[in-house]
Design a protein around this ligand. Structure first.
Ligand code: SF4
Ligand code: SF4
Length: 363
């Protein structure tokens, strides 16, 4: 039986695939085998569960290649976190040229599914619906309204916090009878890039820096703007403290999730053999690159006649007053003011603020 609430966006597809954010695994105790989580997702009605391990590793190799060949201004900055990408586009437009123009593991995973599964199953690509389980609103926005590509490779998206409560009873029911020896040989698990420093650990780090939490990231971006970090090759910047395990859609305390993730890695991670020749060939063909360049996104809503500008400014102030003004980045906007500006331009709904019930439209 399919869980209709979770599946609404892929219910019309005859073959349903789910790609969980690696964060989902870290929400469970380390004695829960990742394969058991896959079985529970299948019990919710998905025909196939695909994790992002292989794509993360391939992109890690592509990233190393990009950095090695890069000759321009340094440090380069990761493109992985949509909130940080947006922060740079809006507040640090001068740094946009430093963002690594490579795609993210979730999109690469969906693209590979779209390419390989029709051939494997003998079905049409349009019969396959691919769903992502996200750790934050920023990733949901990046799937529903992608800025750096024409359209996402996903057909639907849900959140870790919505999946977790329906998944848990299935996991509890199956846990006692679960037998490790039934795990297929080709099952792979990789903790992915969910912890701060995860991208760096996925490659042979040179002079790389990992920073997490919006305030810390802003200080590092200020330093880069002021040319203070030219001896650093690459900065991994994530909006939430500890990385995606601190994302607003997680249910577990991030410190517990981090411990879970470390233990899962020790217990279940298997080395993934990469076909580096194939990865480098695809890299040279531009396969891993973002479809569109990352461009500055200056505020445009004052570029109009004076009465409209004044009206928009008043509306922005009114909405901003009703927000928490804590710049938590949970909505995918780097600041509450950016959120208010996006609301005025019709790009977000008030419900996109995670503190929505406390946001007043009539403030
Ligand atoms: S760090 Fe936070 S905002 Fe950035 S991708 Fe992870 S969960 Fe999303
Ligand atoms: S609008 Fe809400 S979710 Fe977005 S940064 Fe402000 S408080 Fe956080």
């Amino acid at each position: 039986m399919f869980d209709s609430d979770l599946s609404a966006e892929v219910s019309n597809f005859s073959y349903k695939v789910v790609v969980p954010s690696p964060v989902l695994y870290s929400q469970f105790e380390p004695d829960i085998h990742p394969y058991l989580i896959h079985l529970a997702l299948e019990q919710l009605g998905f025909d196939r569960v695909v994790d992002v391990s292989t794509s993360s590793m391939a992109l890690g190799a592509a990233l190393l290649r990009y950095i090695a060949a890069y000759k321009g201004r340094r440090p380069l900055i990761s493109s992985y976190c949509p909130s940080i990408l947006r922060l740079i586009q809006v507040k640090y437009p001068d740094l946009v040229e430093l963002v690594v123009p490579l795609d993210v593991p979730r999109e690469l995973t969906a693209r590979e599914i779209r390419k390989n599964l029709p051939r494997e199953l003998g079905i049409k690509s349009e019969d396959i619906g691919i769903m992502y389980v996200a750790s934050c609103p920023g990733k949901i926005v990046s799937i529903k309204q992608p800025a750096e590509k024409a359209r996402s490779w996903f057909d639907g998206v849900t959140s870790v916090k919505d999946v977790y409560p329906v998944l848990l009873p299935h996991i509890i029911a199956e846990k006692e009878k679960f037998d490790d020896s039934t795990v297929p040989d080709d099952f792979s698990f990789h903790a992915g890039w969910i912890r701060s420093g995860g991208i760096i650990q996925s490659g042979k780090a040179g002079n790389w820096l990992a920073v997490s939490g919006l305030d810390h990231v802003k200080r590092i971006l200020d330093d880069i703007e002021n040319s203070r970090l030219r001896n650093v090759d690459f900065v991994e910047a994530l909006a939430h403290m500890l990385g995606c395990i601190g994302g607003p859609f997680c249910v577990e305390n991030p410190y517990v999730a981090r411990t879970n993730s470390i233990k899962q890695r020790e217990k279940y991670e298997k080395k993934i053999e990469l076909d580096l020749e194939d990865i480098y060939r695809k890299y040279d063909e531009g396969y891993y690159r973002l479809e569109k360049p990352v461009l500055p996104r200056p505020t445009t809503y004052f570029d109009t006649d004076l009465p409209t500008s004044i009206k928009r400014m008043k509306e922005r102030e009114r909405v901003y007053r009703g927000l928490r003004q804590i710049d938590c980045g949970c909505c995918g906007c780097p600041t509450c003011m950016t959120f208010a500006e996006d609301f005025v331009m019709g790009e977000v709904e008030l419900t996109d603020c995670v503190f929505f019930p406390q946001v007043s439209e009539n403030e």
